[in-house]
Design a protein around this ligand. Structure first.
Ligand code: NDP
Ligand code: MG
Ligand code: MG
Length: 329
């Protein structure tokens, strides 16, 4: 079984007297940095001038250029977009990554696929919250935490595990649970999850359902409410109590339709596609494609994103949400 750690397994003392530089102040950077600070740790932010830096300053944090922060820090957590970590690391972090420092990530992508190759005389570890940055922050403020994964890629000081656990405690993760994994397992499962199920799978499922109803002549507003709006209600129930709780809450008719029709929608063809997608992740083919896409300024990323932005479901959705009080700011 996988190793699990809780509050009493982690000691913040392992980070006392150490300066933690959080590189990047976006989703994860902001959530993690504010939690670390409120846990009494010494945090600085490495960030280029711009909106994120202004936000860090407004939040009362010390914000420096990445290279300056790397120089000052004992612990360097890289929370920059995955596709630019390699270049920023090479130019602004590597020159200051001296013996006994600790290099940290919240996703194993760059280490696992060899985009960053750290020197042998530092610790290289991962603390990866299993939730977006604003949840990392909000749950911490509520006295709770988002679960996290830890992994050790390279042990040099003999303290890598203690540091990973202390950092996980600092961001509030040990209040939930911390699971120990490897860079490979985290990277491959994270990419698979977001591609096949969470992001790619879900949006494609919703779109296919919407298009089917609209093509058959039903009102787009009805289609939106059925296949998108209600999605959250169902997912919330599954999240709280698994399939069982969800099925206890829906009608018997819905449940019979669920168990007999669902496997026809996600059948052999979809499973084969999932296996192929996983193979492309494992072989590095996906990463190669994504890094090359970035090298040519993202033509497919931009075109496909725009096509979805212009989809009828987004127009209808914006209109309907505009009429619902819970979405009014
Ligand atoms: P974001 O895109 O939200 O934030 C990236 C930050 O990096 C921004 O503050 C941006 O600042 C800054 N930045 C971009 N380019 C540079 C540069 N050249 N020099 C200095 N700063 C720069 O990233 P995420 O928080 O989503 O992701 C960070 C890491 O966390 C990734 O490894 C990701 O895989 C991982 N992760 C993310 C999760 C999530 O829910 N988002 C969940 C778990 C892990 P600016 O405003 O100037 O552009
Ligand atoms: Mg991811
Ligand atoms: Mg219904």
């Amino acid at each position: 079984m996988i190793n699990k750690y809780y509050e009493s397994d982690a000691d913040l003392g392992n980070l006392s007297g150490k300066t933690i530089a959080v590189m990047g102040y976006g989703s994860q950077g902001r959530g993690q940095a504010l939690n670390l600070r409120d846990s009494g740790l010494d945090v600085i932010i490495g960030i280029r001038p711009g909106k994120s830096r202004d936000q860090a300053v407004a939040d009362g944090l010390e914000a420096l250029d990445v290279s300056k922060a790397a120089e000052r820090a004992d612990i360097i957590m890289i929370l920059l977009p995955d596709e630019i970590q390699g270049i920023v690391y090479k130019n602004e972090i590597a020159p200051y990554l001296t013996e006994n420092k600790c290099l940290m990530f919240s996703h194993g992508f760059n280490i696992h696929f060899g985009q960053i190759v750290p020197p042998a005389n530092v610790d290289v570890i991962m603390v990866a919250p299993k939730g977006p940055g604003h949840m990392v922050r909000r749950t911490y403020e509520e006295g709770k935490g988002v679960p996290a994964l830890i992994a050790i890629h390279q042990e040099y000081t003999g303290k890598a595990k203690e540091i990973a656990l202390a950092y996980a405690k600092g961001i509030g993760a040990t209040r939930a649970v911390v699971l120990e994994t490897s860079f490979r397992e985290e990277t491959e499962t994270d990419l698979f999850g977001e591609q096949a199920v969470l992001c790619g799978g879900t949006t494609s499922l919703i779109k296919a359902g919407f298009e089917t109803l609209v093509k058959a002549g039903y009102a787009p507003e009805m289609a939106y409410l059925e296949v998108l709006h209600e999605m959250k209600l169902i997912v919330d129930l599954i999240y709280e109590g698994g399939f069982t709780k969800m099925r206890d809450s829906i009608s018997n008719t819905a449940q019979y339709g669920d168990i007999t029709r669902g496997p026809r929608v996600i059948g052999a063809e979809s499973k084969a596609a999932m296996e192929q997608i996983l193979k492309e992740i494992q072989s590095g083919a996906f990463t190669k494609e994504w890094m090359l896409e970035n090298a040519v300024n993202r033509p497919m990323f931009n075109a496909l994103t725009r096509a979805d932005e212009e989809h009828l479901i987004e127009k209808v959705g914006a209109e309907i949400r505009g009429m619902m009080p819970q979405f009014r700011k």
